[in-house]
Design a protein. Structure first.
Length: 241
């Protein structure tokens, strides 16, 4: 059973927004935003080929973009899951799903290793509270990806064992909220399609925006530190210590 057109369009827009935000982040990057750690660059220079301005800038931008992307896409994936909610969630729950006449209040996280102990305890408390306010309902903790063996010990101990809230992840999670055993695969394909066809309002792909930014910041880097060689290494240390 295919995801209906309305839900598919909503998920596509969520994924496109994620890429648009990445484009915005890249376009707004300034040289001062990059964490120029001269010691880290120096120790990795041989193995990673960080021996010239362009290579260093490309690596610095990649590091910056990667850190933000993990968190931002985690939120996007959670928002995609909320598309399948049957109504407004209560405090502590993102999705309401009815199965065999019982309401399930589901807290959604992107992956199997995304919660520290304190948050795990708090999530279980909120879900149990939602369950008490809705007699006969069930509480559930859902993860958008991750196999059962990958689910962290924090979830197992503080959400399930001590918190009294069961969990589901990956394929089982998407099937539960959508009633479709092929839902996970369809979400995966939507992500691939959006990534393949994405263009920003200026008609550029994310890779093209990145290329332009690398060229811009490489020129700035060269003005500050030089293009390569011993003089570049000398200035990298002097200006960042």
């Amino acid at each position: 059973m295919a995801i209906d057109i309305q839900k598919r369009n909503q998920i596509e827009q969520i994924f496109k927004k994620f890429l648009l935000n990445r484009v915005k982040t890249v376009r707004n990057l300034k040289m001062g935003d990059l964490d120029v750690n001269p010691f880290l660059i120096r120790i990795l220079s041989h193995e990673l080929g960080l021996d010239n301005a362009e290579a260093i800038v490309k690596w610095l931008i990649s590091q910056r973009l990667e850190r933000g992307s993990v968190t931002s896409f985690g939120i996007a994936l959670q928002d995609a899951a909320k598309v399948f909610s049957e109504g407004t969630g209560v405090e502590g729950a993102d999705i309401l799903k009815t199965k065999k006449g019982k309401h399930h209040h589901i807290q959604v996280k992107s992956g199997p290793n995304t919660v520290p102990k304190d948050l795990g305890v708090r999530i279980a408390q909120l879900l149990r509270s939602a369950q008490r306010r809705n007699r006969g309902s069930l509480a559930l903790y859902g993860m958008c990806y991750g196999s059962k063996t990958q689910v962290s010990s924090i979830v197992r101990k503080y959400v399930q064992e001590e918190g009294g809230v069961d969990w589901i992840s990956g394929k089982e999670f998407w099937e539960f909220i959508s009633d479709d055993p092929h839902c996970l695969q369809q979400i995966y394909e939507i992500a691939a399609e959006v990534g393949r066809t994405f263009k920003d309002p200026k008609g550029l792909s994310l890779s093209q925006v990145l290329e332009n930014k690398i060229h811009e910041l490489t020129n700035e880097f060269e003005k500050i530190y030089g293009r390569s060689g011993s003089e570049m290494w000398k200035k990298l240390l002097q200006r960042n210590s």
